[in-house]
Write a protein that binds this ligand. Structure first.
Ligand code: ADP
Length: 280
């Protein structure tokens, strides 16, 4: 059952003066209860995609269909707050969602904000602002939560707190979409990682997928070999380990010379996709 369908999104900024193509045909569907990570270097198009999904930006073409009963929860990369203190900021949204005052106190405590109740957001640390924004976004227990770079600028202990909080939301069966330019933050949380660059999806990787193997070869790959990727000197095959001899046999019968076979993990995929990038 899909909670979101993203179809052929295109978006160009500054069309008249200096056009920047931020999205160039993005498609995917998001299953209910899944946690998806959007990875890519700065400028890959993650925030643009997220803003379109959150309904804050219109695409030039394509569409996003959401199947949720409640409004989605959205945490922007640099949260903006009302010019009210922490407690009033949260109460404003609590009242909008019909949440009683008594429920707010324990939440503020859980989010480490109880002692900052009277403080104005401008005086909060970066981590406290991130927590306040997250609390605001999940107050009404949305079915679908979108987080734009939730780990950016957080120290390791705060990043761990954020990860555990996201995991607790995930455990309640919610669907979550998280963008990050750092793969290691997403790996422990996500069921699926979408690698983006240049406004496109480079690879859609499901954690529970069969493993990937890279085969280094010379020759002409026969058509009946189903590869994820075929390069001049290597191809990427998704299959159980037990099928490797069978695949090698087909290749050899077709006069393809095999030089090396290596399992390919998600880190290797990241390395290859963004090789030469100075993204981390
Ligand atoms: P990411 O979140 O992956 O860093 P963005 O979606 O923010 O990527 O940006 C994609 C591209 O669009 C980049 O080249 C960026 O400079 C450009 N861009 C983003 N927002 C704007 C904007 N408001 N005006 C002009 N260009 C923008």
């Amino acid at each position: 059952m899909f909670i979101a369908e993203v179809s052929n999104l295109h978006k160009t900024y500054n069309k008249l003066l200096h056009p920047v193509k931020a999205l160039n045909g993005v498609f995917f569907t998001l299953e209910k209860g899944s946690t998806i990570g959007l990875v890519g270097p700065n400028g890959a198009g993650k925030s643009t995609l997220i803003k379109i999904m959150a309904g804050l930006l219109f695409p030039d073409s394509g569409y996003v269909k959401l199947r949720t009963k409640k409004p989605l929860g959205y945490v922007e990369e640099e949260p903006v707050f009302l010019d009210l203190n922490v407690y009033e900021n949260i109460m404003y949204f609590a009242e909008l969602h019909g949440i009683s005052r008594e429920k707010i106190e324990p939440l503020l405590k859980n989010f480490g904000l109880a002692e900052k109740k009277k403080e104005y957001p401008v005086n909060l640390s970066h981590g406290q602002k991130k927590r306040l924004a997250l609390l605001r976004a999940i107050l009404h227990q949305p079915e679908f939560l979108i987080l734009d770079e939730p780990f950016s600028g957080l120290d390791p202990s705060m990043a761990l707190w954020m990860r555990n909080l996201i995991l607790s939301v995930k455990k309640r069966g919610k669907t979550i979409c998280i963008s990050s330019h750092i793969l290691s933050h997403l790996m422990p949380i996500c069921d699926r990682i979408i690698f983006m660059n240049g406004g496109k999806i480079l690879m859609d990787y499901r954690m529970k997928n069969k493993p990937l193997f890279r085969i280094f070869y010379k020759g002409k790959i026969p058509k009946d070999i189903e590869a994820e990727e075929v390069k001049d000197d290597s191809l990427l095959i998704r299959c159980e380990r037990e099928r490797i001899p069978e695949i090698v046999e087909i290749l050899v019968k077709n006069k393809v010379k095999i030089y090396e076979i290596r399992p390919e993990g998600i880190e290797e995929i990241y390395e290859k996709l963004y090789r030469g990038g100075k993204n981390e």
